[in-house]
Design a protein around this ligand. Structure first.
Ligand code: SAM
Length: 410
């Protein structure tokens, strides 16, 4: 350990650039979640300040570091940390640097701390002020892939939805979230997803998180500790009242209505199980509800967590660009109601002798609307009659459904 750089004095401005994760290997290396862009830029700094659990900062020298595997994974060796047990003391600690030691941001980019207290006006005319607390600084940095944020494209006042995932595979979850619609929502700061790895909180040499099942039988069970502590740590980063949800084959079926409910919340926590599942007492003590993504058994809850996050985030206003694009999809909340989507076509007009339906190229918007509603009604009645069961058809809908059925006969 070195204090060559010295710990920052109280009141010195700090910027959070990443977070130490679980120990890696047998030599005391640690994985790092980097918020810099590119992620490996965090390795440019030979001395890091680590947030102390009770407050304040502790300087450590980085003696080695490199990317590991695909994507954003980084691993580092810290001076004097030579075993997994020693490394575990540093798990889940924020990595910071003095603001004064960071390079000047490029034009159009800002460090979060530089904007605290400023009035930010976005390209869509929203106004907001970045928060002033140290906690808020690190969280907001964590929601982006970079410690430097571009504000010109932002649509809203910081993350509107905070999600925490408790998982043994935090890096994999973060990597999967980085792409597509959710990745863009994270990048724009509309949503924040944090992770908590129970293994990083273990104190034994093997990092044990599971044990044999009382009563016998095959398979291991996730132990109450450190799981409960991991859930409570993650929950503490969420707005008060955020539900804690366990992904489970035994839960209530996750559907579009649930995604819509979650999209209106300020936050929620997802617990991804592994092995045979979770000690039931954890569920009784700290979990509010259980959700299943279907009647089959997955090896772990991570894929289910990703499904819930994807389906929820794309429903948040501003994420898809126009709210209508979500409303008009299958199970949408718009005029179409809980019907399946209609068929879509794009160029060319003819492909292998198959033509695009003429009405779609007619420019007659009333006829197009009618055709689409007819297809949505017909498909839903054919493929998912259960969705039609509780639906009272209007006179127009009944007529269109009859037409659809007649046309299918011919
Ligand atoms: N013994 C459990 C059972 O029969 O219900 C299955 C455990 S499964 C192998 C391991 C983990 O995968 C679970 O703890 C849960 O988090 C997750 N999981 C499995 N199937 C799921 C589903 N259909 N929906 C959501 N999560 C699921």
């Amino acid at each position: 350990m070195t204090d060559a750089a010295g710990a920052p004095t109280a009141g010195e401005r700090m910027v959070v650039l990443g977070r130490l994760a679980a120990p890696w290997g047998v030599k005391g290396w640690l994985k790092v979640h980097s918020y810099t862009d590119p992620p490996a830029a965090i390795l440019d700094y030979p001395v890091w300040q680590l947030a102390r659990p009770g407050g304040g900062w502790q300087p450590v020298k980085v003696v080695d570091g490199r990317t590991h595997g695909a994507g954003r994974d980084l691993v580092v060796a810290l001076e004097g940390v030579l075993s997994p047990e020693a490394a575990r003391q540093f798990s889940s600690r924020d990595v910071g640097l003095r603001r004064a030691d960071l390079p000047a941001p490029k034009p159009g980019e800002y460090y979060w701390d530089d904007l605290v207290g400023c009035r930010v006006t976005t390209s869509t005319g929203c106004h907001w002020r970045p928060g002033t607390s140290r906690k808020s600084t690190s969280r907001r940095s964590a929601s982006s892939s970079t410690g430097i944020r571009r504000f010109s494209g932002m649509d809203a006042a910081g993350p509107r939805l905070s999600i925490e995932v408790v998982t043994l595979f935090a890096e994999r979850v973060q990597a999967a979230l980085a792409m597509g619609v959710v990745g863009r929502a994270l990048e724009r700061g509309l949503v924040r997803v944090g992770t908590e790895d129970p293994r990083a909180l273990t104190t034994d040499v093997h990092g044990t998180v599971d044990d044999r099942s009382y009563g016998g039988g095959p398979g291991m069970v996730l132990k109450v500790e450190p799981l409960a502590t991991a859930i409570e740590r993650a929950a503490a980063r969420l707005p008060a009242g955020s539900p804690r949800i366990y992904l489970s084959a035994q839960g209530r079926r996750f559907d579009q209505a649930t995604a819509r409910r979650l999209a209106t919340l300020p936050g929620f926590l997802l617990l991804a199980g592994r092995y045979e599942g979770v000690d039931e007492r954890v569920l009784d003590e700290v979990i509010d509800e259980e959700l299943s993504i279907g009647d089959y058994v997955l090896s772990g809850g991570e894929l289910a967590a990703l499904v819930v996050i994807d389906a929820t985030v794309r429903l948040m206003p501003g994420v898809l660009g126009a709210l209508e694009s979500a409303e008009q999809e299958s199970f949408g909340a718009g005029a179409q109601g809980s019907l399946l989507d209609w068929p879509h076509y794009t160029r060319p007009e003819t492909w292998r002798g198959r033509e695009v339906p003429g009405v779609l190229m007619s420019g007659n918007h009333a006829a197009i609307r009618r055709w689409r509603l007819k297809q949505a009604l017909g498909r839903t009645a054919e493929r998912r009659p259960d969705l039609m069961a509780g639906r009272e058809l209007t006179i127009e809908e009944q007529r269109l459904l009859d037409e659809y059925r007649e046309e299918r006969k011919t």
